[in-house]
Design a protein around this ligand. Structure first.
Ligand code: PLP
Length: 222
């Protein structure tokens, strides 16, 4: 299978409200161009330096999404051009992105990452931490940030029932926060969930952004 036929195959399955983020981390610019030539414009990367290097050599109408754990000292490299940061996992990170965004006079679109997996190792706010943060109203002071929704990663497991229940839990929390804190704010509408192994379950649960790497580009060589 080729990159372009993999993309076409996935796009054919997607309902109109779901968008595909092609996760190109660890894959070369030539592979990204192949996907680009098949019409794909949204790409996801998880390392600031790798993202910046690819941004410099690839077409400027690509929408770059950052999906990995972001260290505060790396924010400055990506704020000039990043389109959406999926993985804001702390209040401090959000405030630091705001500060860096102010310097380059941009408003950065972000999602808050919610910890929904049973593993300890995945980053993110718990449901309660996120509720506390939204109700504190502190985020409203960040004028160079636009909170556009939530992101979550399910447990790495073959148990589809567990994945379904994690995704449905996040979708229900998403609706709760939308109604409670973002009434009338049309920007708060993205729910980023679903990877190669579980995106169909995520779509059934209400995902609007799926992040797919290996099903498009093949296995990664770390
Ligand atoms: C790598 C990665 C993906 C893509 O994973 P695949 O299983 O290759 O589709 C999605 N989301 C995040 C946050 C990732 O780090």
């Amino acid at each position: 299978m080729s990159i372009s036929s993999n993309i076409t195959g996935i796009l054919r399955e997607l309902p109109p409200h779901v968008h595909l983020v092609a996760v190109s981390k660890f894959h070369p610019a030539t592979s990204i161009l192949e996907a680009y030539n098949a019409g794909q414009r949204i790409f996801g990367e998880s390392k600031a330096q790798e993202l910046t290097a690819k941004y410099e050599v690839l077409p400027k109408d690509i929408q770059w999404h950052f999906i990995g754990h972001l260290q505060t000292n790396k924010i400055k490299y990506i704020v000039p051009f990043v389109d959406l940061i999926h993985s804001v996992d702390s209040e401090r990170l959000l405030e630091e992105i705001d500060r860096q965004a102010q310097r380059v006079q941009r408003v950065i679109r972000v999602l808050l990452q919610i910890h929904i997996a049973s593993e300890e190792t995945k980053f993110g706010f718990s449901y309660d931490e996120c509720r506390d943060y939204f109700s504190s109203g502190a985020w409203k002071r960040c004028k160079n940030i636009c909170i556009c929704g939530l992101m979550g990663m399910a447990t790495f497991t073959g148990n589809e029932q567990q994945i379904l229940s994690e995704y449905e839990g996040l979708a229900s929390f998403f609706r709760e926060t939308q109604e409670t804190y973002f009434q009338g704010d049309n920007n708060f509408r993205e729910l980023s969930m679903g990877m190669s192994e579980d995106y169909r379950i995520a779509i059934d649960s209400g995902s609007t952004l799926i992040r797919i790497g290996s099903s498009i580009f093949g296995n990664r060589n770390y």
